[in-house]
Design a protein around this ligand. Structure first.
Ligand SMILES: Cc1ncc(COP(=O)(O)O)c(C=O)c1O
Length: 387
């Protein structure tokens, strides 16, 4: 059992056994009728998760390619976007937009905070010439463990015609994002997060307004051309060789999500968030994000003064088999991140917290062993109606 690990990562997340078995299914012809049926099933299933009637495009690539596709297909060189950044993935969106020759106005908020919808509303209201063609923003900023209020950001857009393009790579299925109801134009997801799959697929849900923008877009794209993907998809195919095993896995993970229900998945993630936060606080640890904006997918925990994240991350892995993530961007040396995303249960969270309190105590921190598990356990107990 020495190789058994508990992955508390914000991606790649653990893969359920049913999905792992689906990944191992025998090969099929990706131009044949079996593939067409599989394709039709997963694209329709994805619409439920995106909560949209719009088309969903699946690309064989990691999430960053989905972000790149969003820039390359919807904004042209020289056009302007408002890039709202609250952390390292917001910064990545800025880099991508600039790489594609898009004039990128940055609205950045400090690490640990959410974007302020009022500031976005004021900026868009001031754009009398409607030069801003799109707003780029993260749903769940994985580097800081902050969830943006996409509904409020969408409302903040008011009547401004800018597309709202949301990177929900680590948010979708963990936190509510009803794309159609909230008038979001493009939502980007990734397979290795709440979809409980290995990395390798990115999915983009694209509404009619965004398809129209894609028609006019003059940016360079070839592999990531979503119009090509759409046209092939209508025939139950993909323009290039698809990752068939991942699509078998997706078929199974969609089935699991249907079984749990989206509401059930949101509730599980929210419960794990509350447990992790209570457990960390019981050990005297500070959290980067405020409760009001805390992510249900990942929690960035500040390391005690004088300690490096590696002094916690390494013994957690080596002594307890508990794998957490390091920091990113400007908080790299200040935090470690506990993922509670995808195929993770409350018991995994309790095990992770038990390991954490022991690692801290062993390092000489003034913590009482058992405190984190007791605090998180009390929350779990309350949620299941225990005494
Ligand atoms: C919010 C967010 N955006 C983008 C990405 C990039 O995705 P990938 O690493 O699959 O390219 C990630 C990955 O962690 C993410 O969490």
């Amino acid at each position: 059992m020495i190789d058994k690990q508990i992955l508390l990562l914000p991606g790649p997340t653990p893969v359920p056994p049913q999905v792992a078995l689906a990944l191992a299914r025998p090969a099929i012809n990706h131009r044949g009728p079996e593939f067409k049926a599989l394709w039709e099933e997963v694209t329709v299933g994805l619409q439920d998760v995106f909560q949209t009637r719009s088309e969903v495009v699946i690309l064989t690539a990691s999430g960053t390619a989905g972000m790149e596709a969003a820039v390359a297909n919807f904004v042209s060189p020289g056009e302007k976007v408002l890039a709202v950044s609250i952390g390292a993935f917001g910064e990545r969106f800025i880099q991508i937009a600039r790489a594609f020759g898009v004039e990128t106005e940055v609205m950045a908020f400090p690490y640990g905070q959410a974007a302020d919808p009022d500031a976005i509303a004021a900026r868009l209201a001031a754009d009398k010439g409607q030069e801003i063609k799109a707003v780029l923003v993260q749903h769940n900023e994985t580097s800081t463990g902050v969830l943006n209020d996409i509904q409020a950001i969408s409302r903040a857009r008011g009547n401004h015609p800018a597309l709202l393009i949301v990177d929900s790579i680590s948010g979708l299925a963990a936190a509510d994002l009803p794309m159609d109801a909230w008038h979001v134009d493009v939502v980007i997801a990734g397979s290795q997060k709440a979809f409980m799959l290995p990395p390798g697929l990115t999915m983009l849900a694209v509404n009619e307004r965004a398809w129209q923008a894609a028609e006019k877009c003059t940016n360079q794209r070839f592999y990531l051309d979503i119009k090509k993907a759409r046209n092939s998809g209508l025939k139950g195919q993909t323009p290039f060789t698809p990752a068939v095993p991942l699509l078998f896995g997706l078929q199974e993970s969609l089935r699991l999500l249907r079984e749990e229900t989206l509401a059930g998945s949101f509730a599980r993630h929210a419960l794990m968030r509350t447990m992790v936060r209570a457990g960390a606080r019981a050990l005297g640890l500070e959290l980067l994000a405020d409760d009001r904006v805390a992510s249900p997918a990942v929690t960035a925990v500040c390391v005690p003064a004088g300690m490096q994240p590696a002094a916690i991350i390494k013994p957690l892995r080596e002594e307890f088999g508990v794998v957490v993530a390091g920091g990113q961007g400007e908080v790299k040396d200040r935090v470690f991140r506990i993922g509670h995303l995808g195929y993770v249960s409350c018991s995994d969270v309790l095990a992770g917290l038990a390991a954490l309190e022991n690692v801290l105590a062993d390092a000489g921190a003034a913590v009482s062993r058992g405190a984190a598990v007791a605090a998180a356990g009390a929350i779990l107990n309350e949620s299941i109606g225990g005494k």
